[in-house]
Design a protein around this ligand. Structure first.
Ligand code: GDG
Length: 460
């Protein structure tokens, strides 16, 4: 008999990873803001997290960890290929990011997406107590709200989209468009990163389904669906404390020394994803070196590109292009023991990431489109010394809040170069002023605040 909870989170991934220890395999809570924010709410209410535990075939039995019930949903190898890599990451992901890569449409992927969403909805139904609040997360599960409401009209259902929501013209390409829209409209509250996205959604409901709306409330039969923006944030205190710790401070110094104590360290930290604008960042750096406006070893670049979605074709070709560009820059401008770009296709722990943030003079965050971009926020929180400069794309959700960053249009190569030079040579007093304003904002609006605003609006 499964325990039923009054608060349930449904997400593609469970917030835990299986690790191998001396005593065998065990589960560990995975790092990340979403988990940190939701854990207290879940623990206080004996809540349940429904999600995929990783791996294919049979799912582990439901278990409990740190006061939270975990309810794994199984995925087969076919599901993984069609629902996850296919429909989620080769259709929806590129389409919702302004189609910066061409989305691929496949009937079999759509069918798998429907089947897997139904499986998640059934699991959420199973663990939800009467009248429970269920919070569904992200683009992999857009059909779940309606599927769940169909089974359980007693539930209060919220949905949050972590990635951008596209303009109507782009959304209309999708073969499954009405089904997805109906799916989302099964929620009582649909949350987005940005106000414009929430507005797009309301207008789309009228355009595609002829639904009436007033302000941010859409009328769906006898119900009301609210569409609002809730910009996500980070656990600001945690990052501030981590970055200020003696271990991180010492490691940051060591990193600078290992880089040859350059005057300027330029940093990029991203999942290796074509939306993140890694190539344009490298090209800007190459051209500045070629024009003699920057020079090695005075300036060096570090690019962490965490491996991501490696079986999806767009990601394989991106990796080739990025590595070719890195090779070209180092071939042209590096010297023995002194590369211009330190490229790291690896995943790091939080301590090392924080040390990189502390070590960097300019943080380049240049996505072509991004729901929010937490790296930008983490960098700012990590700079307790109020040093450093954040170069930020106007197309990241974070740009709406972080107006004191060095904002740039990533599609304009000359602008990227100018702004990079400006950020690298900013007067310390001005850099501090910019940083402090952004830090104040991050301290008030952290990830806890985000979760609570959403849940309040949902009527919790
Ligand atoms: C999606 C949306 C939205 C990166 N490398 C390592 C590592 N990271 C961590 C960062 C940061 C997170 O991963 C990445 O978050 P982002 O927000 O930058 O980007 P997405 O992964 O695309 O996230 C995005 C977000 O959802 C939340 O709503 O902001 O727009 O696309 O926290 O620090 N963490 C560790 N090792 C690494 O090598 N431990």
């Amino acid at each position: 008999m499964t325990a039923r909870s009054s608060f349930v989170v449904v997400a593609n991934r469970m917030p835990v990873d299986q690790v191998i220890t001396e005593t065998g395999r065990e589960w560990q809570r995975s790092p990340g803001g979403l988990v940190t924010a939701l854990h207290p709410v879940l623990a206080a209410r004996g809540g349940t997290w429904v999600g995929w535990a990783g791996g294919v075939g049979d799912a582990p039995e439901p278990f409990e960890m740190e006061g939270v019930h975990l309810h794994p949903v199984p995925l087969t190898a076919d599901d993984l290929e069609r629902y996850y890599e296919g429909q989620s990451n080769a259709t929806i992901w590129p389409l919702y990011h302004d189609a910066v890569e061409t989305p691929t449409y496949r009937r079999r992927w759509r069918e798998a997406y429907r089947e897997v969403n139904a499986r998640f909805a059934a699991a959420a139904d199973e663990v939800s107590a009467h009248g429970a609040t269920v919070w569904v997360q992200d683009y992999q599960l857009q059909l779940v709200p309606a599927m769940l409401r169909e089974r359980r009209p007693d539930l209060k259902i919220g949905f949050f989209l972590h990635i951008p929501f596209p303009p109507i013209e782009l959304f209309m390409q999708m073969p499954q468009r009405a089904e997805i829209l109906h799916g989302l409209l099964g929620a009582d509250l649909v949350g987005f990163q940005q106000r414009l996205a929430a507005q797009n959604f309301v207008r789309l409901a009228r355009h595609l389904l002829g639904l009436r709306y007033s302000g941010h409330v859409i009328k769906v039969e006898d119900r009301q669906v609210k569409s609002r923006a809730f910009p996500i944030s980070i656990d600001t205190t945690e990052m501030e404390q981590l970055a200020a710790s003696p271990t991180v401070q010492a490691r940051a110094k060591q990193i600078r020394a290992e880089l040859g104590d350059p005057a300027t360290v330029v940093l990029g930290v991203d999942r290796l994803d074509y939306t993140k604008g890694i190539e344009l960042r490298l090209k800007a750096f190459r051209e500045l070196l070629a024009e003699g406006r920057m020079a090695v070893p005075d300036t060096v670049m570090v690019q962490v590109a965490t491996p991501s979605r490696e079986r999806v074709e767009h990601y394989q070709t991106l990796r080739l292009r990025v590595e070719q560009e890195v090779g070209r820059i180092n071939g042209d401008f590096g010297r023995v023991g002194m590369p211009a770009v330190h490229y790291l296709h690896q995943s790091y722990n939080r301590t090392e990431l924080a040390a990189l943030y502390v070590a960097a003079d300019v943080m380049m965050v240049t996505p072509l489109r991004d729901g929010m971009n937490l790296v930008a926020k983490e960098y700012v929180a990590a700079r307790g010394d109020s040093g450093g400069a954040l170069l930020l794309s106007e197309f990241a959700g974070a740009a709406s809040e972080m107006r004191q960053a060095f904002l740039v249009n990533p599609y304009d190569p000359e602008a990227v170069k100018e702004v990079l030079l400006k950020a690298a040579t900013v007067e310390p007093a001005e850099a501090r002023r910019r940083m402090r304003t952004m830090q104040r904002q991050l301290r008030t609006y952290d990830v806890n605040r985000w979760a609570h605003s959403f849940l309040n609006e949902l009527g919790e």
